[in-house]
Design a binder for this molecule. Structure first.
Ligand SMILES: Cc1cc2nc3c(=O)[nH]c(=O)nc-3n(C[C@H](O)[C@H](O)[C@H](O)COP(=O)(O)OP(=O)(O)OC[C@H]3O[C@@H](n4cnc5c(N)ncnc54)[C@H](O)[C@@H]3O)c2cc1C
Length: 489
């Protein structure tokens, strides 16, 4: 749906002719959707002016950082935020960093490591925006999702600028709450439909201690990144256990003793994806590793602050693993494989392989919550995958789920994938049915409720959540222009 000349030139007046486009040759390169136009604002003032024009012309808009996700409707105005790519501040004393939307995690991580600091890099990869909430391999020590957001500068769907938390009251970024009622849960997109209405233009993120080298010694080129030397006081291992219960027992003790830098409950299919560079090699490695493990397991990185601290952590780990009947996977003890895994899982660069595997498309159910509950649910969801594997409709990963600790086990995350060929309608339908049935079972058996797109039954079970969310949405976005953040059932 093309914009009229008058409306196009109103947006052009804001960003200048070089930073707006509706050329039909260029447009399909953006998500393959027919957008009204693409605009590239350079700062908050331009974002605000664009959002105000969208309200004036009742034109839906959607902001995009690095564009790994997002479903877009035809006729939406696409705000490509790539010009807003500055690290505004790294506050070493109060341990936060302030970034614009297009600062990617790799960029911020490199700057932080120079200062002995680190951040939560989303499992999607260090090539994604640092600003948007996410979770992944490092959650054990860097927490995950919305818990890392502090103060935020936000252009509301109506075009107002809100400076949340301490930013609004004292012009400082250190806190996301108050004074008075907090906006955090709206701003950090922890509410359905999974996206924040409006546009974040700057955000402060918590940062954490990094015990490793000031320059991460990565070698190789994509997709083969590795560390040829293991940094002092670092170690990576994979342990498998006789049962899920034993694995879980070890995870709890590791959390209580706070020895792990990273605790990532990969299944062996994901280990194979991380250490190989082609589908054939991956399949062979998966088959081999499946025979070497005794049952479910996890990947762990220890990082000592000193040689003595490292020795202590190794001793504690040895005792915990021994008590739970765990067994170390010999392949990962090979320093070459260990170097690849340390690289991929600290810098987070293999997610695309971990996630897709030789399938082509995936359907995933990710949940954060009490790890024991989510594991119990995932065992059933894994069993429900087995008939699909037998019929050859999804990739064989042994029915496995995966998960990891968050904040030394105070929280946890569990996720389960089905990987399938999107060209196969039978497979696509079977995976959709699996997804719907397992999401419904999660709610009916009271493990958790998936909030993205809840139906009325889930809304009623959660204090009429859907009704409240719709009221908030209407109040924030009276003209309904914040595309993607639509009403719930
Ligand atoms: C293969 C794969 C693996 C993944 N693994 C993980 C994982 O392990 N952990 C995890 O957390 N996620 C994972 N994801 C999802 C991931 O979080 C996102 O892909 C990524 O973090 C999004 O960053 P982005 O900058 O590309 O977001 P975008 O795609 O640019 O945006 C994501 C959403 O946020 C909105 N948005 C963008 N910018 C703004 C802004 N400034 N203000 C308000 N709203 C905005 C967009 O409109 C869109 O709805 C995975 C995705 C893929 C494809």
């Amino acid at each position: 749906m093309a914009l009229s000349k008058d409306i196009y030139s109103a947006f052009e007046d804001v960003v200048g002719p070089e930073y707006i486009c509706n050329d039909p040759v260029i447009m399909p390169s953006y998500h393959g959707t027919e957008f009204a136009a693409i605009v590239l604002p350079k700062d908050t003032a331009e974002v605000q002016a664009i959002v105000k024009l969208c309200n004036k012309y009742k034109l839906p808009f959607r902001p995009v950082c690095t564009g790994w996700t997002g479903k877009f409707s035809k006729g939406t105005l696409y705000l490509d935020l790539r010009r807003m790519n500055r690290i505004i501040e790294i506050n070493e004393t109060n341990m936060y960093a302030v970034v614009e939307p297009y600062v990617i995690s790799a960029q911020l991580q490199a700057e932080l490591m120079k200062r002995g600091l680190h951040l939560n890099v989303k499992g999607a990869g260090s090539n994604c925006s640092a600003m948007l909430r996410g979770h992944g391999h490092l959650d054990q020590t860097t927490s995950g999702d919305d818990r890392n957001h502090l103060a935020i500068e936000w252009v509301t769907p109506a075009g107002d600028i809100v400076r949340s938390g301490s930013l609004g009251s004292s012009d400082e970024w250190f806190c996301g709450d108050g004074p008075g009622p907090s906006l955090r849960s709206i701003l950090t997109s922890a509410v359905p439909p999974g996206v924040t209405p409006g546009v974040f233009t700057k955000a402060a993120l918590k940062i954490y201690h990094w015990p490793g080298p000031s320059r991460f010694p990565v070698e190789g080129i994509s997709p083969k990144y590795y560390l040829s030397e293991i940094p002092p006081n670092f170690m990576a291992r994979y342990f498998s256990f006789p049962s899920v219960e034993k694995m879980w027992e070890a995870e709890i003790k590791i959390g209580e003793s706070e020895i792990a830098f990273e605790l990532m409950g990969f299944n062996v299919a994901m280990v194979a994806a991380n250490i190989t560079t082609s589908n054939e090699e991956e399949e062979q490695t998966f088959q081999r590793l499946s025979k070497e493990v005794q049952g479910p397991g996890f990947f762990i990185i220890l990082a000592g602050n000193s040689a003595a601290d490292f020795a202590y952590k190794k001793r504690v780990l040895e005792q915990i693993i021994g008590e739970a009947g765990g067994r170390s996977l010999a392949s990962v003890e090979d320093p070459r494989t260990e170097g690849i895994l340390l690289c991929q899982c600290i810098r987070i660069s293999a997610s695309i392989r971990e996630t897709f595997r030789p399938g082509g498309a995936f359907s995933s159910i990710p949940v954060m919550g009490q790890r024991d509950l989510t594991i119990q649910w995932a065992i059933g969801a894994g069993q429900a995958k087995e008939p699909l594997i037998e019929k050859g409709l999804i990739v064989d990963d042994g029915g496995a789920f995966f998960g990891w600790g968050v904040e030394q086990g105070h929280l946890g995350k569990t996720e389960i994938f089905c990987k399938y060929d999107p060209q196969n309608p039978e497979a696509k339908k079977a995976v959709e049915d699996w997804h719907n049935a397992q999401s419904a079972r999660a709610f009916q058996e009271r493990y958790f409720a998936l909030l993205a797109g809840p139906n009325e039954e889930i809304g009623r079970g959660l204090s009429n959540y859907h009704l409240w969310w719709n009221k908030i949405q209407q109040a924030l976005d009276p003209n309904g222009v914040s595309a993607g953040a639509g009403a719930l059932v």
